[in-house]
Design a protein around this ligand. Structure first.
Ligand code: TYD
Ligand code: MG
Length: 479
C-alpha cells in the first residue's frame, strides 16, 4: 500500500525541511520552498526501509552488508573494476564525459550484458528508438565477449547470432513522472538515464538541463535507488565550459562518479572513478572505440607503445600512474628552426606550463639552444599526462630531437625535473618498474634515491641520476 509523505523542499538548492521556510538556510534564497509529495511507489521495500520516519537505530554489527555480495558482475571487466567489482544494487552512478565520447555506447553495452539475467530499463531522451536499436544491434555482437577474441573474430558465431535480450527495455521519455511510472510498472533492477540533462520535472518551473531541474531530478533518482534497491546510472554531459553544468553539480548526491575521457580523434578512452562509495577512487579502465563499440584494452601499455619506432630521435618512454595502474607511454619531441622571430612551444597531452618549464631548464642548465627553435611535444595515443613524474621523459624527448640522437630503446625514464635541473623522486616506483620490466624494458633511469626504502623489482637495471644532465647521458645511446 502506497503511503503519502509530504515534505518541503527548496527549489533552488534542494534542501528539505519539515515545514516551508521563508529563507532557505542552505542557499540563502527567499521563498523558494515548495511542497513535495513523496509517494513510496514501491511499498514492498520502501516502507520497510523506513524512509519516512519509521527508522530505528540498530547496531552496525547486525546490519546485513548486503551490497557487497549482491553486486552484479560484469564481463566488461574494465568497467566492473572501475566500479569496484560490479554493479551495486541501490547505487546511484553518474557517468560524465564530453558529448560523443562514448557514454551511451558504454552503458548500452553494459545494459545488453546485464539484461541477460536482470531486467534493465534504458531511458533515452537523446536518440530515437530506431537509432538506439541500430546501435544495439551492432554492439550485441561484442557484448559479453572478452576483448581479444571479439576483435580477432568480429563475427564470432556463437555471439553474432544471439538476439538482443528480452529483458532489455527501452523507452524514450524525458518527463520524470512518466519515467518513474515506467519504473514502477516494469520493476527493473537497473535503470539507465541518458541523459540527466534531458529529464525534467513538470512541477519545477524551469527548463530541462537547468541547475534546479538537474538537482531535483537527480534527487528523485537518488530516492528511487535508495528506496527500492535499484541501481541507477545517470549519463551527464560535460559542457564546453568544462565544469559540467550538470555532473559537477551532482557529484555530492551520487555514490559513484565516473568520467569517460579521451580524445575524440583517437580511439583510446579512459574511464576514471573520481568518487566511489563502493570501491577505490582513481581507478582507471582503458578502452578502445571500435566499430563494435568499446572494447576493453587488457594491456594498455602495450597498446600505447605498439607503433613506436625504436631508435628514432625524439622518442622517450615515460611510466605514468593512472590511478593505481602504471602505464607506459611514448612521449615524442620535435624541435625545428622557427620561421619567425617568436619560437613556438606546443604540447599535446602535456601541460603547457610544464613544457615551458622544462624547455627553460634545458636551455639554462644544459645549454641546449632552443631560443630559435619551435618545440613540439606529443603524447602518443591521445593520452594526457598530468603528473610531474613524466618530466624526465619529456625533457629527454626534446633533448634527443634537438641533438638528433636517439635514446636507448630499452630504457624508461621516471622523475620530476626541478628548476635547478635536479631530479626528484616519483611515487609508486615499484609498480612503475614492474610494469616496465614486464614489457621487456631493461633499464630505468631514476632520480637518486635518498633512502633505499622501497623494494624494487629485480628484472630491470636501475641507473640513478642526481641531475637532468646525468640522466640524459645515461639514457642516450653511446656515440
Ligand atoms: P556515443 O556513445 O553516442 O557518445 P555520447 O553518448 O558520449 O555522446 O558515442 C558516439 C561516438 O562513438 C560516435 O562518434 C561514433 C562512435 N562509435 C563507434 O566508433 N563505434 C561504435 O560501435 C559506436 C556505437 C559508436
Ligand atoms: Mg549519448
Amino acid at each position: 500500500m502506497a503511503k503519502t509523505i509530504i515534505q518541503y523542499k527548496c527549489t533552488s538548492c534542494g534542501r528539505a525541511a519539515a515545514k516551508p521556510l521563508g529563507r532557505c538556510p542552505g542557499c540563502g534564497e527567499w521563498n523558494t520552498y515548495a511542497e513535495e509529495i513523496l509517494e513510496s511507489s514501491s511499498p514492498r521495500r520502501a516502507s520497510a526501509k523506513g524512509r519516512g520516519g519509521g527508522s530505528q537505530p540498530r547496531p552496525l554489527a547486525e546490519i546485513e552488508g548486503g551490497a557487497e555480495n549482491q553486486r552484479m558482475a560484469l564481463s566488461i571487466g574494465e568497467f566492473g573494476r572501475v566500479l569496484g567489482g560490479g554493479v551495486v544494487p541501490g547505487s546511484l552512478v553518474l557517468l560524465g564525459g564530453d558529448p560523443g565520447i562514448g557514454k551511451s555506447t558504454l552503458l548500452l553495452q553494459t545494459a545488453i550484458e546485464l539484461a541477460a539475467s536482470d531486467t534493465v530499463l534504458y531511458v533515452s531522451g537523446e536518440e530515437s528508438p530506431g537509432q538506439i536499436k541500430m546501435r544495439a544491434e551492432r554492439l550485441r555482437r561484442s557484448a559479453g565477449v572478452a576483448d581479444s577474441n571479439a576483435t580477432r573474430e568480429p563475427m564470432n558465431q556463437a555471439n553474432g547470432d544471439q538476439p538482443l535480450p528480452d529483458k532489455l527495455l527501452l523507452v524514450t521519455e524525458t518527463n520524470i513522472e512518466a519515467i518513474l511510472q515506467h519504473v514502477a510498472a516494469v520493476k527493473p533492477r537497473v535503470l539507465i538515464i541518458d541523459s540527466i540533462q534531458t529529464v525534467y520535472d513538470p512541477a519545477v518551473d524551469s527548463s530541462a538541463g537547468s541547475v534546479t531541474q538537474l538537482r531535483e531530478c537527480s534527487d528523485r533518482f537518488r530516492q528511487l535507488a535508495k528506496g527500492s534497491g535499484l541501481a541507477v546510472f545517470l549519463i551527464g554531459h560535460v559542457t564546453k565550459e568544462g565544469v559540467i553544468a550538470g555532473p559537477r553539480l551532482l557529484e555530492h548526491m551520487v555514490d559513484t562518479v565516473l568520467y569517460l575521457e579521451g580524445d575524440r580523434f583517437h580511439s583510446y578512452r579512459l574511464l576514471r572513478a573520481v568518487k566511489n562509495r563502493f570501491g577505490a577512487t582513481d581507478e582507471v579502465g582503458v578502452f578502445e572505440m571500435r566499430g563494435q563499440g568499446l572494447q576493453e584494452v587488457p594491456n594498455p601499455s602495450e597498446a600505447f607503445l605498439a607503433e613506436r619506432v625504436v631508435n628514432a630521435p625524439g622518442s622517450a618512454i615515460a611510466v605514468t600512474m593512472e590511478g593505481t595502474r602504471p602505464l607506459l607511454v611514448e612521449v615524442q619531441g620535435l624541435t625545428s628552426p622557427s620561421a619567425f622571430g617568436n619560437p613556438r612551444r606546443s604540447g599535446n597531452g602535456v601541460d603547457l606550463n610544464r613544457l615551458l618549464l622544462i624547455t627553460a631548464v634545458l636551455t639554462r642548465r644544459l645549454g641546449l639552444r632552443l631560443g630559435d627553435q619551435d618545440v613540439f611535444v606529443n603524447v602518443v595515443g591521445g593520452l594526457r599526462i598530468g603528473e610531474p613524474a613524466a618530466d624526465l621523459a619529456l625533457a629527454a624527448a626534446i633533448y634527443s630531437s634537438s641533438k638528433d640522437l636517439p635514446l636507448r630503446a630499452d630504457t624508461v625514464l621516471i622523475g620530476e625535473v626541478g628548476l635547478s635541473g635536479e631530479l626528484r623522486a616519483a611515487p609508486q616506483l615499484a609498480a612503475r618498474l614492474k610494469e616496465a620490466a614486464a614489457l621487456g624494458f631493461q633499464t630505468a633511469v631514476l632520480p637518486k634515491r635518498l633512502r633505499a626504502g622501497e623494494e624494487l623489482p629485480k628484472g630491470i637495471t636501475i641507473k640513478e641520476a642526481r641531475t637532468l644532465r646525468e640522466a640524459l647521458e645515461m639514457a642516450s645511446q653511446p656515440a
